[in-house]
Design a protein around this ligand. Structure first.
Ligand SMILES: CC(C)(COP(=O)(O)OP(=O)(O)OC[C@H]1O[C@@H](n2cnc3c(N)ncnc32)[C@H](O)[C@@H]1OP(=O)(O)O)[C@@H](O)C(=O)NCCC(=O)NCCS
Length: 294
């Protein structure tokens, strides 16, 4: 049975996101999450579809990848049922290695492949080298999450308060120097099927300032949820607000039925790792992307 590589289309995104959500498995490495796709959806369905590649066999979706950033990175999700599938692994490697397939650029590029044992083994054996380290973090949600200490406002698709949307966007812009977030993009995000299982949280200090914000993504009950992104306003850092919004994020994911809250941040983001650990997350062993051999 042949394995086919295709680009996503706006019409297939709902189904792809739903399937990638189903692949999130408690205890398995944190791989490309439906929330990563959801967060990228703020630029519109066409823009996201152009970044997404899918591999099918016999009509069944087996793997999906999202191209991310300017440096030729593809972030992969592999169905648990084909973790050890060598034919799939070989096809993925062939497609990623061939610039004619339009996935990775000639002579460059890297792959985030945290799951898919057979695929990871082939990348190792093919000389794909370790790239920048990332740190996964996880908080178990079996027991209730403590109060975070900030006043939290929640935005879901059905409860849209314009003032809170403005604050969500403003804190996003003040947290990430390269952020291009806008209210229009927030509304595009909130209208997607992915956002039905997501919430934005905005944290307010005692003076009423919007000081921290995040978006959390459930993958369905009993599966790991994702925090993406999370930040504290640059004018209000070092006061426990990063920790507080992270605790609030864990609480919101628990309410959505997630079994754990997960996140992955560059290991070099010392403040980010510290804020998650401070909020009760376990720091898991670092992981690296695979860089194409030179
Ligand atoms: C990461 C971030 C949210 C932290 O926000 P913050 O409000 O300054 O963090 P807090 O004051 O709540 O501090 C939380 C913990 O992190 C530690 N911390 C904060 N900044 C730190 C830094 N620059 N270096 C080392 N530790 C740091 C604090 O000491 C505290 O630890 P403790 O509870 O053990 O004392 C904020 O720096 C930020 O928005 N960064 C940009 C976006 C980002 O990287 N987000 C996370 C990855 S998605």
């Amino acid at each position: 049975m042949s394995i086919t590589l295709q680009s996503a289309t706006p019409a297939t995104l709902d189904e792809i996101v739903e399937e990638v959500a189903r692949w999130q498995t408690e205890g398995a490495p944190v791989q490309l999450h439906s929330g990563d796709l959801g967060w990228a959806w703020r630029f519109g369905a066409q823009a996201l579809a152009e970044k997404v590649r899918v591999w099918h066999r016999d009509g069944q979706l087996l793997a999906a990848g999202m191209m991310d950033g300017e440096d030729g990175l593809i972030r992969m999700a592999v169905a648990p049922s084909v973790d050890h599938d060598e034919a799939l692994a070989a096809q993925l490697l062939a497609d990623l290695s061939d610039p004619g397939r339009g996935v990775l650029p000639a002579g460059g590029g890297s792959v985030e492949a945290r799951f898919g044992a057979a695929f990871r083994k082939l990348l190792h054996h093919g000389g794909w080298a370790a790239d920048e380290p990332w740190t996964p973090l996880r908080r178990d949600l079996a027991t209730p999450v403590e109060d975070c200490g900030l006043r939290i406002e929640v935005l879901d698709a059905d409860h849209v308060d314009d003032r809170i949307v403005q604050d969500r966007v403003a804190v996003g812009l003040a947290s990430f120097p390269n952020s291009t977030f806008t209210e229009e993009r927030w509304r595009a995000l909130a209208a997607t099927s992915a956002y039905r299982r997501a919430r934005c949280l905005v944290g307010y200090d005692d003076a009423g300032n919007a000081v921290a914000a995040t978006t959390v993504w459930s993958a369905g009950a009993g599966r790991p949820g994702l925090i993406e992104p999370l930040g504290a306003h640059r004018d209000h850092r070092g006061r426990g607000h990063g920790r507080a919004i992270t605790v609030a994020a864990a609480g919101a994911l628990r309410q959505l039925g997630s079994s754990s809250a997960t996140v992955c941040t560059p290991t070099s983001n010392v403040a980010g790792v510290a804020a998650y650990v401070s909020a009760g997350f376990d720091r898991l062993p670092d992981v690296t992307d695979f860089r194409r051999p030179g």
